[in-house]
Write a protein that binds this ligand. Sequence first.
Ligand code: 1CP
Length: 355
Amino acid sequence: MSELKNDRFLRALLKEPVDVTPVWMMRQAGRYLPEYRASRSQAGDFMSLCRNAEFACEVTLQPLERFELDAAILFSDILTIPDAMGLGLYFETGEGPRFKKIVRTEKDVADLPIPDVSTDLDYVMNAVTTIRSALGGRVPLIGFSGSPWTLATYMVEGGSSKDFRHIKQMMYASPEVMHELLNKLAVTVTAYLNEQIRSGAQAVQIFDTWGGVLSGPCYQEFSLKYMKQIVDGLIREHDGRKVPVILFTKNGGQWLESIAATGTDALGLDWTTEIADARQRVGNQVAIQGNMDPSVLYAPAERIRSEVASILEGFGPNLGHVFNLGHGIHQYADPDHAKVFVDAVHELSAAYHQK
Ligand code: 1CP
């Protein structure tokens, strides 16, 4: 087991004392960084970056070279799972993800194979191992997956969607088919995250980007239930250390109590819920990760710093805060502003922690 030089991210997730509030940014490796765009064009395209462990490692480390981040996140994508289920993922330039095959009928769902994560997704595990060794204990490595519901939206719609027409039709008209698909995904995601943990991921996050398009009862039945199934099946301790899990439902602010009740270690908060309210509602049951609006990074340094200050004040002198943006950093964000953000978190949070 390699010793971690900076473990404040893991400590905060477990509500242990820290010197300053840890910070990382969702989508911290990506298109807003010129060095990322250079690596991508060298690799050819996005999936070639993901499939090549050296490239995946290079772009994972890029934001850590620029900013004092307290965690690294595996460079990959949530859509590796549908790809491994045989749907044929590809990216149309400027258009987002697409699939050669889509899943619409009972037969489509029944025919869907459960991938063997250690062979079909071996390139992800190789990336995890390579990144862990390159990090050399500098900061912990986060593994991740999409939630079953969020993955299903891409598989049923055939890509990104605005109205979720086909998946909502499946959900309301053929709920048993919907459940069969979600169950297959939950089984796969559990195995996938556990394999990432065995390969070296030190915390895991489940991205439920589209849970917030559901009604309350449908969120419970079609999204949260399957995330809980995953939480129940995860390896929670590896290599002598706890492996915390974070559930992030974008636009899930109205369901924080039920998310906290799944047994997750932390919940990810977008910017539409005030962190002081969130903290009051869940108490110290779970840690909270978030929640600055990524668009604040378009503003000048002083505005970024005042927003960081107000979120720190909202959370107060409590244990269990990991600072983050409320969603992924925008493609058009200025990297220098991201640096202002990260530095402000460390500088301004010291006052909230005991020496
Ligand atoms: O053009 C490019 O270079 C591709 C852009 C890109 C990147 C940088 C995609 C395509 N995926 C990624 C990496 C990625 N995706 C990471 C690792 C990088 C990091 O965080 O530093 C992670 C964690 C994701 C997760 C992801 N992919 C989510 C969940 C998080 C979120 O932002 O809500 C989702 C919904 C996806 C699907 C996806 N992949 C790529 C795009 C452009 C999208 C979004 C499509 C849509 O809006 O529906």
